[in-house]
Design a protein around this ligand. Structure first.
Ligand code: AKG
Length: 186
């Protein structure tokens, strides 16, 4: 795995967000995708009290029995800690892993910001599909990010230096079946 770059760190500190394009090898992406396609999903609550935004996607958070996700989580966590040790505590751990599945009929998630329960950093690994993913910078300018399968989006969360930079974001206009694995520390 290549190292996190100075530019990525700068983007995290200034905009609260960065994209690691083509992070996964094709073999790793396909292995993870195969694993998540076999899982059972249920629909997320449309307007949960914690979000107050509309959302429409399916999810699975019962992943204890999926060894390749577990292995990836541990390797990725070590990699991230290696590059961001000055911003993360030693006990930093991805203890909440959830797969989100978006079908073209789903609306996605309206503009929202992750709450204080998410600590330090959130990593969303895109395994497949195509959609619009937009973040709002501190100037409230929407910026569209290109999140191709195999890419990872990092967003700062509560406890990461200037965490007020945690960006608002939205995913919509799902074109093809999209899977992401979200890693959080809670
Ligand atoms: O699907 C994505 O890329 C983002 C998911 C998201 O915004 C969330 O779960 O809060």
């Amino acid at each position: 795995m290549k190292e996190i770059s100075e530019d990525d760190i700068r983007n995290l500190r200034i905009f609260g967000c960065c994209v690691l394009p083509s992070f996964l090898t094709e073999n790793a992406r396909v292995e993870l995708l195969d694993a998540v396609q076999g899982l059972g999903y249920r629909m997320a609550e449309r307007r949960p009290p914690t979000h107050r935004v509309d959302q429409e996607y399916a999810f699975c958070d019962q992943l204890d029995h999926v060894p390749c996700i577990d292995l990836f989580a541990r390797q990725f966590q070590d990699w991230l800690y290696g590059g961001l040790s000055q911003f993360l505590p030693t006990e930093f751990e991805f203890n909440r892993v959830i797969v989100q599945k978006y079908l073209p009929m789903h609306s996605g998630i309206e503009k929202h910001v992750d709450g204080p329960r998410s600590r330090f950093i959130v990593a969303n690994v895109c395994l497949s599909g195509s959609a619009h993913f937009v973040v709002w910078s501190s100037a409230d300018e929407p910026v569209e990010l290109d999140i191709a399968p195999g890419s990872i989006v990092l967003m700062v969360a509560n406890g990461f230096e200037n965490w007020k930079n945690t960006p608002y974001h939205s995913v919509f206009d799902i074109k093809t079946e999209r899977y992401i694995i979200g890693f959080r520390c809670q």
